[in-house]
Design a protein around this ligand. Structure first.
Ligand code: AR6
Length: 179
């Protein structure tokens, strides 16, 4: 595990499944605009949470790229799911700003609700086609910037599905931390 501590918050970079983060209060869904089940992360989260999640989440949609909304987590081991709509690469522009907004808005929700831990997947890097190297740079820069001014969040975890994505994020964090 790669770690970086800034002020009172620790950023962790791990390989794993976003639905198996038992020690985390809020997990982030790489959602679709209508907050329906979908595939990838969204499919895995909705399957693990059960149908009540979709009942609640669809009432909050549609959302715009960069937006984030919060629901309960039902049968997941977490307390909340924060649903973010990432940009579709090269369609929703400026894609870097919209992707950064996902991380910013999810973190702001945690601060408003006094949530102490959050886990993110690599938003937009699957079905939405954002190159993982570029997405990692945007995500980690935004997270590191926010970590300087946090009050409630003590743990921020990036959960990467593949070993390759893990390595990209580890390398990117080393660069971003030096800036
Ligand atoms: N845990 C962690 N990461 C995962 C998991 C998992 N269980 N499953 C996949 N990934 P995606 P997007 C990785 O496609 O690009 C959906 O259909 C995956 O390898 O889930 O934001 C929605 O309904 C990739 O690196 O999200 C939307 O329509 C990353 O998570 C659309 O896809 C994101 O992949 C959203 O696309």
């Amino acid at each position: 595990m790669e770690q970086l501590k800034i002020e009172k918050t620790t950023l962790q970079i791990v390989q794993g499944d976003i639905t198996k983060q038992n020690d985390i209060e809020a997990i982030v869904n790489a959602a679709n605009a209508y907050l329906r089940i979908g595939g990838g992360v969204a499919g895995a989260i909705h399957r693990a949470a059960g149908p009540e999640l979709e009942n609640e989440s669809t009432k909050l949609g549609p959302i715009d790229p960069g937006e984030a909304v919060i629901t309960g987590a039902y049968n997941l081991p977490n307390k909340y799911v924060i649903h973010c709509l990432g940009p579709v690469y090269e369609r929703d522009i400026p894609h870097d700003k919209l992707l950064a907004n996902c991380y910013k808005n999810a973190i702001d929700i945690c601060e408003e609700k006094n949530i102490e831990s959050i886990a993110f997947p690599a938003i937009s890097t699957g079905a939405f086609g954002y190159p993982v190297e570029d997405a990692a740079e945007v995500a980690l820069k935004e997270i590191v910037e926010k970590m300087k001014i946090l009050k409630s969040l003590k743990t921020i975890r990036m959960v990467l599905f593949s070993n390759q994505d893990l390595e990209v994020h580890k390398e990117t964090l080393k660069r971003v931390a030096k800036q």
